[in-house]
Design a protein. Structure first.
Length: 101
């Protein structure tokens, strides 16, 4: 499984448009083959910070996702709205256990 995390801090004047764009991107991405989950959240300590957490079956699915025109357009649009670098991290992950409390 591939886990992707991303952080983008939006300029305050672009916050609402950026959040809408991120929400649409997550909704669209969830329908792609190989997507296990795709979520974006607002940081509790910085309401201009959007964080992505994605889980994909494998790197092939991620590579296809990164070439989807709408995904490329989202990154380009967010880049114009950001106040700090847009950071994306990819991890090769193996689930060890699942704990429910």
């Amino acid at each position: 499984m591939i886990v992707i995390t991303g952080d983008v801090e939006l300029k305050p004047e672009h916050r609402e448009a950026g959040i809408k764009l991120c929400r649409e991107h997550s909704d669209r991405s969830r329908k792609e083959p190989g997507c296990i989950s795709h979520d974006c959240t607002i940081d509790l300590e910085n309401d201009n910070m959007v964080r992505f957490i994605e889980r994909w079956d494998d790197m092939d699915a991620v590579q296809v996702h990164f070439q989807v025109p709408e995904a490329l357009g989202m990154v380009e649009a967010l880049s114009a709205m950001k106040s700090a670098p847009f950071v994306i991290r990819l991890f090769d992950a193996t689930p060890l256990d699942e704990i429910s409390a």
